[in-house]
Structures are given as structure tokens and as C-alpha cells.
Design a protein around this ligand. Structure first.
Ligand code: SF4
Length: 220
């Protein structure tokens, strides 16, 4: 992303922010009531290969505070999508909630172990906003009965998340430092660019399978 691209993206994001701030949560809530939703507590959204929860840095901190004794990389991990620079470093632009095997690490048979601190994406599932429009993912609970008050809570959270997402993207672009593209390598670092700046992580500090997978893709 060169400077001109960054300026264009920033201008676009500022427009999106205005639109998001003027969204009517009441209208979204009415739509949710019409679609219907009642969580069946099946845990399907917390398990399996498809489960992947994008996290903002402040959400990582909230989870760390809620669970206690866990560090940043115990809570979050970089995704597999990214690019390599000429020094063999892997760059990526977001954080995901850590998984254990195929499931979210905080999922248990009894339910979510971080329920009160769960990320906004989890709080609003299966709904999300795309360019201000309400969308939803596959979910057994769709069609269930939901009152306006509960729908309004989801709508408020959806609007909040949309605004936060755009603000985070604006901060990310403002702090983003571009790099020259190169080939995958097992020897560089993992570099995550987020709204707070640049996090350089040694592969050995990324616990679990993800680090190994990333290292393998780096040594192709
Ligand atoms: S944080 Fe909780 S609600 Fe979100 S995916 Fe993990 S177990 Fe499910």
C-alpha cells in the first residue's frame, strides 16, 4: 500500500464512518425481529474449522483482564493470510481469537468460558453488517422468536462494532509502514500491523499449531 493508496483508503473510511454513525439501530432491530433469532446454545459457532473470530486489540486486553494470568499470545494469534517481505518476515493485518485444535480455546461443554468478555463478533453472531446492511451467517437459531428489546441490544452492538471496525482500520492505515514484497522464509519474524502499530513476534513465541503451520508455509 503506497502513500497515495493509503490516502484514498483513508478518505473512503472517513465516509464509511459518517455512514456508520448515522445508521438507525432501531431499523436494524426491527429487521432482526422479522428474521427471528433464538440462540440454541449448540456451540456450533464456537467449534470447527470455520470458527475464526477477528479481534481488536482492546478486546484482547479485555479478555486478558477477565481470565487473568494469560498473555497477549495466549489469547490471540495472527491469521494465516499475509505477505512476506524481502527479509523473510511475514506481515499480517489482524488478530484472531486463539483456537485449540479446531475449536475456540474458550469453548467448553458448559458454554463460553469468557462469556462476559467475549468479543463483539461473538455477541452479535449470527448477524453482521456489510456496508450498513444487515447480513447473517448460517445458524440453527435463525427464525426463532426474539423480542424487540433483545433485538435492539444486538442492533446496538452491531452498530458499535461497525464504528469500531472502521476506526480501527483508520488507525491501522495511519500507522501502517509499507514494505518490499519478498519470498516466504522460515527465518524472519511474524509482524502484525494493527491500530496500535507494529507487533514483531518471534515464531517460537507463537504457541501451538499455528506457529508450526506458518513456519512450514515460510519454508516452502
Ligand atoms: S469466545 Fe466464547 S462465544 Fe466466542 S467463539 Fe469462543 S467460546 Fe464461542
Amino acid at each position: 500500500m503506497n502513500r497515495a493508496d493509503a490516502e484514498e483508503m483513508l478518505a473512503n473510511l472517513l465516509l464509511q464512518l459518517e455512514e456508520a454513525e448515522s445508521l438507525s439501530a432501531g431499523a436494524i432491530a426491527r429487521e432482526i425481529v422479522q428474521i427471528g433469532f433464538r440462540c440454541e446454545r449448540c456451540g456450533d459457532c464456537c467449534r470447527g474449522e470455520e470458527n475464526s473470530v477477528a479481534l481488536f486489540p482492546f478486546e484482547i486486553r479485555e479478555i486478558m483482564a477477565a481470565v487473568g494470568g494469560e498473555g497477549w499470545l495466549d489469547v490471540a494469534e495472527p491469521p494465516l493470510e499475509g505477505e512476506w517481505d524481502i527479509e523473510g518476515n511475514f506481515h499480517t493485518l489482524e488478530w484472531r481469537l486463539r483456537k485449540e485444535g479446531r475449536d475456540c480455546k474458550y469453548y467448553s461443554e458448559e458454554g463460553c468460558r469468557i462469556y462476559k468478555a467475549r468479543p463483539l463478533l461473538c455477541q452479535t453472531y449470527p448477524f453482521y453488517l456489510e456496508e450498513g446492511r444487515l447480513r447473517w451467517s448460517d445458524c440453527r437459531g435463525l427464525g426463532g422468536e426474539i423480542g424487540f428489546e433483545e433485538a435492539q441490544k444486538i442492533a446496538d452492538l452491531l452498530k458499535r462494532r461497525q464504528i469500531v471496525e472502521i476506526k480501527e482500520a483508520i488507525d491501522l492505515i495511519r500507522k501502517y509502514e509499507d514494505f518490499e514484497r519478498g519470498e516466504p522464509s522460515p527465518y524472519g519474524m511474524c509482524i502484525v500491523h494493527d491500530s496500535e502499530g507494529v507487533h514483531e513476534i518471534e515464531w517460537s513465541k507463537i504457541p501451538g499449531a499455528l506457529g508450526r503451520r506458518l513456519r512450514r508455509s515460510g519454508s516452502r
